[in-house]
Design a protein around this ligand. Sequence first.
Ligand SMILES: [Zn+2]
Length: 294
Amino acid sequence: MTPPLPLVESRMVGRYRVHAIQAGGQLLDGGAMFGVVPKPLWERRIPADARNRIAMGMRCLLVEHETGLILIDTGAGNKEPARFYEIYGIENGAPDGRTALEAGLASLGYAADDVAIVIDSHLHFDHAGGNTYHDADGALRLTFPRARYVVQAGEYAWATHPNERTAASYFDHNYVPVRDADRFDLVAGEQEIVPGVRVLPTPGHTPHHQSILLDGGGETALFAGDLVPTTAHLPLPWIMGYDVEPLVTLETKRRILARAAAEQWLLVFCHDATTAWGRIAHDGKAYTLAAGSG
Ligand SMILES: [Zn+2]
């Protein structure tokens, strides 16, 4: 299996050039990805393999902002044992041994040192695993040594106090070193990070999950994170079984997607294997991707 391609897709959002970097592929249980939605319905949208897994992406968004490069989410990184990546069907390496995220940055002419701000939607391993890395000697280092990292304070607290239901997604080595190096800006609620870039609380997947709103002037994009991981998750009740508060997700989606449709936001779909972004419309029954909206 190879990771979903293309590695990088670029476009403008108002005055900002943005790049969706496909930091890898994942194969996750289709039933878990769609919660209470029966398989005969979801498999029409995304077909399952013989082990009932569906192919997904693991997209990050790089924003060329006037204050510096902003990277939203960091993929799964390189720190887990091969067996772990096998379980989740994660393929996130470039042929030369770099991570796909590093290869994507390099293809745009950037290095990890160039990133000024990292915003984590939340701290699950497939979104924040690339915050840190193991160097050739096995030492744990910050992947973006010059960056400020941004996450909700509540998400940090949630991640560092896992319970039996949440522990499989949270690994301290993905975020505690960032805190120890005093590189985290732990924010609370909606906040402007730099002009044109705001974080919005979008609870449900985790209680302090955040989405990132980019106002480029005349055009707005939302990195929804795991609120709407793929285009197949646009209908309100199509909610992941992984969400810890699915009824909260439902109300967050109702509120955010109404705004996204009314204000014609470009939605970025982090886990979609093929579609990086698009605008949405309500067809009377459900939200759908607007034709030709990418
Ligand atoms: Zn995710």
